[in-house]
Structure formats: structure tokens, C-alpha cells
Design a protein around this ligand. Structure first.
Ligand SMILES: Nc1ncnc2c1ncn2[C@@H]1O[C@H](COP(=O)(O)OP(=O)(O)O)[C@@H](O)[C@H]1O
Ligand SMILES: [Mg+2]
Length: 244
């Protein structure tokens, strides 16, 4: 699904080049759920933005489903992103003036999907996220966990093959974070969508099948999680202990 070869990214700071990614080689197969772990400043967001075609590498090769995408124009990147990739941010990044429904419909609007079909598809996802009753609310009227679920609905509305999430639980309390992780795990199992999730939190990374460790712009190692945590079961367990 994702093949990166020797990807670098330079920023210029005060006219001097500053290398944030120093040669990242990584493969993620279709259907995998992978965590990218690393301290703050290690380059996780930069890497995820490149994978998500929100940004371009300075050098290296990036193949998405076998197609080279590292040299695409901004417009071509936007097109491929719209067709293939869903992105979830730590800060939700919802449009504050638009309704929940309009937020979820937005990628379909860009894709040129007719209004009736847009509405149908957005409602379907809002229902799946347990948010149907909030369709005509503004994002600010929702809790953090609900807003993140709206963002996840928006990320999925185009049926992407790749779902990317940058610290998706970073703004949430631990219980709400657990709910969001349960959702990711369900989507991964039910829809077979490939997920790459960035986190600095070791406990969150253990919900994934594989962990890639990033340090100072380089991959320092990786490991398979033999028994990933199961968010749904952990949630059920906390509910039971709460009722006792
Ligand atoms: N647009 C930018 N311009 C200059 N430096 C940047 C830019 N974006 C990120 N950086 C720098 O790149 C490094 C890695 O940042 P980032 O990818 O956000 O790390 P992480 O997500 O792991 O915290 C940091 O030192 C950061 O200051
Ligand atoms: Mg970051």
C-alpha cells in the first residue's frame, strides 16, 4: 500500500537547511494497522503529512498502491488524497461555521458527488458513528470525543484505502481516547482499511499490530505487537467495574 524509500525532508530555518527526516524507508501493507511512535519533535507529523500527500518529500521515492506519488503537483496530490486517503488530526480540524453534516460531506463535495448521494453517504457514516442526532449541530456544541468521531466520519466518507491519524487521542481524556481507539479497531476489522496512527503514547501504540519507532528523523527500530490491546473489551471491563 505504502512504500517509502529513503525519504528526506528539509526545512529552511533562517535561510539554513534543517533536515527533519533523514532517510525513511518503510513499507505498510494493505490491511495493516501500524503505529508510528516517537518523542515530540522526532518527525512523526512531517512523515504522516508526506504519506498523506499534504506535503512533499525533499528527496526519496514514495509509492502509493504501486504508483509513484512523490513528484505530483499540488493539484494532482489533492486529487489522489481525495480519492485514496482519509486524515484525522489531533485538533479535529472541523470547520466551525459548518454543521456536522456539512463537515462530513465536504470531501464528497470536492469529489463532485451529487448532493443527494452526498447526504446519503454522510448520514450513513454519522449513523455508524452514533452521531445521527447531531447532524445539524455545529462542531462546538459537541464534546471532544464526538468531534473526533465527526472527523473520523469525514475521513471515511470517500471510502479511502488508507486512513491516517496524527495523535487522534491527544486531546481526549483516557476513556474517550479508548472509545476512539475502539472505533479505529472496528473500522480496521470491518472495512479492512489500512491505518497508520501516529502517537507519542506507548499505551496507545499497543492497540496496533506493528510499531515503528522514530527518533530524530530516522527509524530506530520496529516491532510486531503479538497481542494488541483490544479497546472494546477494555471499555466493557471499565463499564462493569463502574457498575459494581
Ligand atoms: N514547517 C516547518 N518549518 C520548519 N520546521 C518544521 C516545520 N514543521 C516541523 N518542523 C520541525 O521539524 C521537527 C519535527 O517536527 P514534527 O514532524 O512536527 O515532529 P513530531 O510530530 O514528532 O512532534 C521539529 O523540530 C519541528 O520544529
Ligand atoms: Mg506531531
Amino acid at each position: 500500500m505504502v512504500e517509502l524509500e529513503e525519504i528526506t525532508k528539509d526545512y529552511s530555518i533562517g535561510g539554513r537547511p534543517f533536515r527533519v527526516l533523514k532517510g525513511i524507508t518503510l513499507q505498510v501493507n494493505a490491511g495493516e494497522m501500524v503505529a508510528v511512535m516517537g518523542a515530540s519533535g522526532s518527525g512523526k507529523s512531517t512523515l504522516l503529512h508526506i504519506i498523506g500527500l499534504l506535503d512533499q518529500p525533499s528527496s526519496g521515492v514514495y509509492r502509493l498502491e504501486g504508483r509513484e506519488v512523490h513528484r505530483l503537483s499540488r493539484k494532482e496530490r489533492a486529487y489522489v488524497r481525495n480519492q485514496k486517503i482519509g486524515f484525522v488530526f489531533q485538533q479535529f480540524n472541523l470547520l466551525p461555521r459548518a454543521t456536522v453534516l456539512q463537515n462530513v460531506e465536504l470531501p464528497l463535495l470536492y469529489a463532485g458527488v451529487p448532493a443527494t448521494r452526498r447526504r446519503e453517504r454522510a448520514f450513513f457514516l454519522l449513523e455508524r458513528m452514533g452521531l445521527k442526532d447531531f447532524a445539524h449541530h455545529r462542531p462546538v456544541q459537541l464534546s471532544g470525543g464526538q468531534q473526533q468521531r465527526v472527523a473520523i466520519a469525514r475521513a471515511l466518507v470517500n471510502q479511502p484505502v488508507l486512513l491516517l491519524a496524527d495523535e487522534p487521542t491527544g486531546q481526549l481524556d483516557s476513556r474517550t481516547g479508548l472509545e476512539v481507539m475502539a472505533l479505529f479497531q472496528e473500522l480496521h476489522q470491518e472495512m479492512g482499511v489500512t491505518i497508520i496512527l501516529v502517537t507519542h503514547d506507548q499505551t496507545i501504540s499497543r492497540f496496533c499490530q506493528r510499531i515503528v519507532y522514530l527518533q530524530d528523523g530516522l527509524i530506530r527500530g520496529e516491532g510486531k505487537v503479538t497481542e494488541p490491546r483490544r479497546a472494546k473489551e477494555e471499555l466493557a471491563a471499565t463499564q462493569r467495574s463502574g457498575e459494581e
